[in-house]
Design a protein around this ligand. Structure first.
Ligand code: ADP
Ligand code: MG
Length: 237
């Protein structure tokens, strides 16, 4: 196989942003949030993104996760450029290739833990048997096997966030994106959730990004990037 063909099949970076700019509003009221930002995340790598409130971290994550189309620049996920994909194709891509985790777990109150996971597999039309096996594996890995029949209101904050991590992993996405996932947890629960997320990112070869204010979780990350003036730079830790 020649090098070009290999590159197409096994790109070094699972997630890549190239010269991404984004502005909200228009005309006089234009607010430029991202300004020629580039970065890439390899398989098995968990990258932390830090920066002050309002610096554009959530905007960056929304663009990386195909929720928002940048004003300029390119996004590549799993070797595929998002430019030119229709809204429908982007929705499919999010369902199969991106796992999102937010500050709150956002679980469905009327589904037990196991069904939270099966529900997202169903949306992605994943075979029921396969989904059941995947759910079992993830519940085990995230220490939730004993909680599989519990409803969200019977779980602790840390458990709910672990369910959110399991749910994000359920469809075996290439990219895992977390926006301040430990903000509502105490220090120990925050570390535990991050440790488990880091372990899954490594074990399953995903590209992971975690936006955070929480310094205590940085030791679980491979690199720390700082978002400032619309660009990312490597932070020495
Ligand atoms: N949908 C939007 N419309 C207009 N301005 C927005 C929108 N979303 C975010 N912003 C503005 O963009 C800037 C960056 O926001 P955000 O990406 O949420 O930053 P962070 O997550 O780092 O706090 C802020 O000034 C915010 O007010
Ligand atoms: Mg934010």
């Amino acid at each position: 196989m020649n090098t070009e063909a290999k590159k197409r099949i096994a790109p070094a970076a699972k997630l890549r942003l190239n010269g991404v700019s984004h502005a909200y509003g228009d005309g006089e009221a234009l607010l430029t949030v991202l300004d020629g930002l580039s970065c890439s995340v390899a398989a098995g790598e968990l990258v932390a993104v830090v920066g002050p409130s309002g610096s554009g971290k959530s905007t960056f994550l929304s663009i990386a996760g195909a929720l928002l189309t940048p004003s300029q620049g390119e996004v590549w996920i799993g070797g595929r450029s998002l430019g030119g994909l229709s809204p429908r194709q982007l929705a499919e891509l999010r369902l199969h290739e991106i796992g999102f985790i937010f500050q709150g777990a956002n679980l469905l109150p009327y589904l037990n833990v196991e069904d939270q996971l099966r529900f997202v597999a169903k949306l992605a039309r994943i075979d029921t048997g396969q989904a059941a096996r995947r759910a079992d594996e993830l519940l085990e890995r995230l220490g939730l096997s004993e909680r599989r029949r519990h409803y969200p209101d019977k779980l602790s904050g840390g458990e709910r966030q672990r369910v959110a991590v399991a749910r994000a992993l359920m469809n075996d996405p290439s990219v895992m994106l977390a926006d301040e996932p430990t903000a509502s947890l105490d220090a120990d629960r925050g570390r535990e959730v991050t440790r488990l997320l880091a372990e899954r990112v490594k074990a399953e070869g995903k590209a992971g990004i975690i936006v955070t204010h929480d310094e205590r979780i940085l030791p679980y990350c491979d690199r720390v990037l700082r978002l400032e003036q619309g660009r990312l730079s490597e932070e020495r830790v």
